[in-house]
Every structure is written in structure tokens, then in C-alpha cells.
Design a protein around this ligand. Structure first.
Ligand code: GLN
Length: 190
């Protein structure tokens, strides 16, 4: 299985490390021609969504990435990746990829609370998952068909919609790989 990780900015190496530990091959997507290679899934890492969105366009990767996702490529998105996917960003005109029918709120917990650790996360059937939040967004609302995978203090922090799995926290940082494994299993099943 080959996992392509968007590697223009942010925490892409951490994602590669986890997927490799789970036995997958990874490649980095740094420029448009990297998207022509063969791969089975796409990872949108944490980082800074405004920078990533800008680079996607400047590097001519934007249209190809949007098409891949619309055509059904499995996507695993964390934090800034969730913001890139969102169809709406609260209080912001910007939309990046826009394939995930949710509204996200960026830097949503205020300056102090944007970064915190939540030990008892539940993500679908996975319990006691350590969730690391770093200047995190949350999902303010979801459209029909979006499955809510995780909430923390009543706020939505994980969703699944068709081929897209997205979360506001950083599952690659807590040392627990069950969400990555769940994603790999879902690709094998489909
Ligand atoms: N605050 C960042 C943004 O708005 C996301 C932070 C992260 O990816 N850890 O893009």
C-alpha cells in the first residue's frame, strides 16, 4: 500500500513515520508532477492551512488534488488538513479544497486553549485515544451524510464523509496508531 503525504508545509514527516511503522510505503507530494505517480491514499497533515492552501495553488497542485478527492481517493486529514478540506470556514471567505461538507472554526479555542491534551478521546469504536490539540480548529456544523467520529466537551473534533476521514487533533503525535490503522483497514476493505 502506498500513501502519498502532502509535503509542502507542516507535520508531514510525523505522518510518514506512523504509516511506515504500520507497514505502508509513503511518498511525498512536493510538486505537481508528484501527483502523477501511483498511490492508494492521500494524507493532508497539520500545519498552517493558509500557507498550505496558498502553496497548493502556487505549485499548481490544487486542481489535481481536488480532482483526486472528488474521484474517490481515500483522504486522511489532520488539523490544518481538516481546514483545507472544509466546505466552509467560519468567519472567513476562504475555501481551499472544499470537498468536506462541514463548517470549521479555526483557532477555535482561543489563544490559551488551542493547544491541549485530551487522554480519554473516543473516535468511532476506538476508546481512550490520546488526542493532541495544537492551535486546533473544531467542526462547528456538519451537513447531512457526515458521520461524527469524535467530540470533546460537546465540540466535534472528528468526522468521516465518503472517502474523507478528518480530525482536529494530531493522532500522529500521541504514540497510538489505531486511527491510522483504521484508515489503512478501510482502504483494504474497499
Ligand atoms: N491553526 C492552524 C490553521 O489554522 C492549524 C493548526 C494545526 O494544524 N495544528 O491552519
Amino acid at each position: 500500500m502506498k500513501i502519498a503525504v502532502l509535503a509542502v508545509q507542516g507535520a508531514f514527516e510525523e505522518q510518514e513515520k506512523v504509516f511506515r511503522e504500520l507497514g505502508a510505503d509513503t511518498i511525498q507530494l512536493r510538486q505537481a508532477k508528484d501527483l502523477d505517480g501511483e498511490f492508494d491514499a492521500l494524507v493532508l497533515p497539520g500545519g498552517e492551512s493558509t500557507v498550505q492552501g496558498k502553496l497548493l495553488r502556487e505549485l499548481d497542485m490544487y486542481d489535481k488534488v481536488c480532482k483526486l478527492i472528488r474521484d474517490g481517493m481515500p483522504v486522511f486529514a489532520t488539523c490544518a488538513g481538516l481546514i483545507l478540506l472544509a466546505e466552509r470556514i467560519a468567519g472567513d471567505e476562504a475555501v481551499h479544497i472544499g470537498t468536506l461538507p462541514v463548517t470549521v472554526k479555526r483557532n477555535a479555542y482561543g489563544r490559551q486553549l488551542g493547544s491541549f491534551h485530551y487522554a480519554e478521546g473516543e473516535f468511532g469504536d476506538i476508546c481512550d485515544f490520546p488526542m493532541e490539540f495544537i492551535r486546533a480548529p473544531y467542526v462547528e456544523s456538519v451537513s447531512d451524510g457526515v458521520e461524527i467520529m469524535a467530540t470533546v466537551d460537546g465540540r466535534i473534533v472528528g468526522v468521516r464523509y465518503e472517502n474523507q476521514l478528518a480530525m482536529a487533533f494530531h493522532p500522529e503525535l500521541g504514540g497510538d496508531h489505531r486511527i491510522h490503522q483504521m484508515f489503512l483497514d478501510s482502504i483494504l476493505k474497499s
